[in-house]
Design a protein around this ligand. Structure first.
Ligand SMILES: Cc1cc2nc3c(=O)[nH]c(=O)nc-3n(C[C@H](O)[C@H](O)[C@H](O)COP(=O)(O)O)c2cc1C
Length: 221
């Protein structure tokens, strides 16, 4: 079975967590002879090809990062340019990944994604959710492989079922909320380590100011 994958990530492919997750998913999906093709919306020159792939395929997966609790703007723009299908039978699934660890972060976006296939003349084939992936591109190869292995497993699962079953997805997405004890521990100890770690990442990404800077604070009464 052939699967068209469209990445709705705004970051270019080389730096995108979504791209790495797609590659891991493809690995599992293609075992046993299935095929895939991937279109990256971060590259404007691929939009026409992605539109054609959407029109001609009946098996589509849109992979996206969570942006401010919903879908990235470029994906919204792409979707609004698509013509809804008039012939039934296209399955449309989603792979939604975010930075914060709690699955509850993604529920608002999931509710939106559930409404999309009907608007596009497709059938909803489920949404795979996973958080805690902010650092995926920043970790060493060994830790990255560990984080990506479950997506290869889910690629195998999707090849077999053609659907992300809600109970399987919820288990995969856990935790829904962080346990209270863990939050208390975080506030006591890990917050400081995390701040140090985030400062280093920010520096690596070119940030020169303070992370808690409030340049417009004087304008707010
Ligand atoms: C503008 C912006 C908004 C974000 N909003 C959220 C959010 O609301 N919840 C969350 O869990 N992660 C959020 N993230 C984190 C990303 O979803 C996460 O780092 C993801 O792995 C990035 O994937 P990408 O590298 O393919 O863009 C946000 C990141 C950015 C840049």
């Amino acid at each position: 079975m052939h699967l068209v994958i469209i990445s709705g990530a705004a970051r270019p492919r080389a730096r995108s967590n979504t791209a790495k997750i797609i590659a891991a998913f493809q690995k599992g999906y293609e075992e046993g002879g299935n095929t895939t093709e991937v279109w990256y919306l971060s590259d404007q020159s691929q939009w026409a090809g992605a539109t054609q792939a959407f029109e001609r395929s009946d098996n589509i997966l849109i992979a996206l990062p969570l942006y401010v609790e919903n879908i990235p703007g470029i994906l919204l723009e792409f979707l609004s340019g698509l013509r809804p299908k008039t012939v039934p039978g296209t399955r449309l699934a989603f792979l939604l990944q975010g930075g914060f660890p709690e699955a509850s972060q993604s529920r608002c976006c999931e509710a939106y994604l559930e409404t999309l296939p009907a608007l596009l003349g497709c059938e909803y084939a489920g949404t795979l959710i996973k958080g805690d992936l902010f650092g995926l591109s920043l970790t060493d190869e060994k830790s990255r492989a560990k984080l990506l292995a479950p997506f290869t497993e889910m690629g195998r699962y999707y090849a077999k079922t053609g659907y992300f079953d809600k109970s399987v997805v919820d288990k995969f997405a856990a935790p829904e909320y962080m346990p209270r004890g863990e939050i208390r521990m975080y506030n006591l100890i890990f917050r400081h380590i995390s701040r140090l770690f985030m400062g280093r990442i920010a520096k690596k990404l070119g940030c020169r100011g303070r992370l808690d800077d409030r340049p417009y604070a004087s304008c707010v009464r």
